[in-house]
Design a protein. Structure first.
Length: 364
């Protein structure tokens, strides 16, 4: 089987990229494509030696620094990508990858992390967080996002088969695109964790530091609580967060997996506020026996067993997180139950489900 895997921007090693690494382990012969590819963030990761065919966007000077601002250009860039000559095209999409053009003789499977969230269910938050909700610029931004929605829905018909990374994503696909999808949860390396017998007295947050992750609200909550919080991750929000954080909050920047594993094994609880399509970091925390305190929307509701392996709160604001953290101090969560809960998302489970699905839809 000649297989092409099409991604969006390869500029960070996060959840989608970990999933790609797992898929490449199953299909090492696959050829890789992306809108842009920055090698630096992948040094020391399983994707370090991988080569990517890239779009014309790769030639834009310093594109890795401002590629997010080129969102209106991305549909054209993905449609220009030439993947003819492959039997099967697998797109891994949370923005535009599902729009890659294939021929009638090819099988296109799209593994969807989300329909373009900026244009659909997170439009207002996206405009507000990027300060695009002002009168004139806001009208222009809404017009562009409306055009992107039209393209997004139309291009979704190009895939022969749709996979979703969670039930939440499957619902969003149905609402936005009017199509059904099969849910296969992404792989989580649950075996790398070994919970400490006694948990330490600090809270943990691990994420890319971009606006929709709501990190500033989490910091605001812990500024009020004055409880120790460790923040792991890097991104464009870092300078702002450094100004906001009080002395009880430690911003560690990007850390290797070994450090994240150790922190998750010891943390009192893992906190999260973004609406995630799945949320691998939350599943990893559960694998470490760590209670998760998270906003109840999105993948969190599928990962956390409310009241048993963590706590879900109802409003995406600092005050709601403060209340949840204070309530959690009076509860005893079951570390063993959290580990067993995380086993639902194991890499072994993915290694069985994903190839079986691929074989079925490609008639192998």
């Amino acid at each position: 089987m000649q297989l092409a895997i099409v991604n969006e921007w390869m500029n960070v090693y996060g959840g989608a990229e970990r999933k790609l690494a797992e898929i490449l382990d199953l299909y090492p012969q696959a050829h890789l494509y992306a809108l842009i590819h920055n090698r630096q963030p992948f040094i020391g990761t399983p994707l370090e030696q991988q080569n990517f065919g890239t779009s014309f966007m790769q030639k834009i000077p310093r594109v890795e620094q401002f590629y997010r601002g080129l969102l209106p250009l991305m549909p054209f860039a993905i449609e220009c990508m030439d993947v003819r000559g492959y039997d099967v095209v697998l797109s891994i999409s949370h923005a535009v990858a599902h729009g890659v053009k294939t021929t009638k003789d090819q099988i296109h499977i799209s593994y969807v992390c989300s329909p373009m969230r900026y244009a659909w269910h997170q439009q207002d938050a996206y405009l507000r967080l990027h300060r695009l909700d002002r009168p004139i610029i806001g009208n222009i931004a809404r017009l562009i996002l409306g055009l992107l929605r039209r393209w997004d829905k139309g291009s979704a018909s190009r895939a022969n088969h749709l996979l979703a990374n969670s039930d939440w994503t499957a619902q969003r696909i149905k609402q936005a695109w009017g199509r059904d999808s099969r849910v296969i949860y992404p792989p989580v390396d649950v075996k790398r964790f070994d919970p400490a017998p006694q948990r330490d007295d600090f809270y943990l947050y691990v994420s890319r530091l971009v606006p929709y992750k709501m990190t500033a609200e989490i910091i605001s909550a812990f500024n009020q609580l004055e409880f120790p919080l460790v923040v792991v991750g890097d991104g464009p929000e870092m300078p702002r967060l450094q100004r906001l954080a009080k002395d009880n909050i430690k911003l560690m920047g990007h850390q290797p997996d070994s450090v994240v594993t150790d922190l998750m094994n010891r943390a009192r609880a893992f906190v999260y506020m973004a609406v995630e399509d799945f949320g691998i970091a939350m599943a990893e925390a559960q694998a470490a026996g760590c209670p998760v305190i998270a906003y109840e929307m999105g993948g969190a509701a599928e990962i956390v067993r409310d009241g048993e392996t963590g706590m879900l709160f109802q409003e995406q604001i600092a005050r709601s997180l403060v209340e949840a953290v204070l309530q959690s101090k009076n509860r005893k969560f079951n570390s063993k139950a959290a580990q067993e809960n995380a086993a639902r998302f194991s890499s072994e489970r993915f290694r069985n489900e994903f190839p079986a699905y691929m074989d079925r839809v490609t008639n192998r």
